[in-house]
Ligand binder design. Structure first.
Ligand SMILES: C[S@@+](CC[C@H](N)C(=O)[O-])C[C@H]1O[C@@H](n2cnc3c(N)ncnc32)[C@H](O)[C@@H]1O
Length: 103
């Protein structure tokens, strides 16, 4: 049976993710932030933050105090919170994203 997006499929050590997908994280994060073009000091929410590659780049761009991040994976959310301690990082699942969301 195929697992849902909030299943245990991301209940992995953060280091394993870093070695696999995460190695592309910093460059992808910078490109995404540039593309979205939000003004400095914007408050941002990173949904599906994983171990925090994009969250870290958002903290650098907008200030960690302006960054919130959520992920259903306990290990990923914990790693993200440890890596960006001034951001508001929580274990949570996105169940519905408004259609007006530009992403
Ligand atoms: C491909 S990873 C992206 C990680 C991160 N954004 C980064 O910069 O590397 C996708 C993440 O989305 C999370 N995720 C999956 N379903 C979700 C949901 N319904 N709500 C929030 N996060 C979810 C997973 O736990 C996983 O950490």
């Amino acid at each position: 049976m195929r697992q849902g997006p909030d299943s245990a499929s991301f209940e992995k050590p953060a280091e394993a993710y870093d070695r696999f997908v995460g190695r592309y994280g910093p460059s992808l994060a910078r490109a995404l932030i540039e593309r979205v073009g939000l003004p400095p000091g914007s408050c941002v929410l990173d949904v599906g933050c994983g171990p925090g590659q994009l969250t870290a780049a958002l903290a650098e761009a907008f200030g960690a105090g302006n960054v919130s991040a959520v992920d259903p994976s306990g290990p990923f959310a914990q790693a993200c919170g440890e890596r960006i301690p001034e951001a508001d990082v929580r274990i949570a699942v996105n169940r519905s994203t408004p259609a007006a969301c530009p992403f």
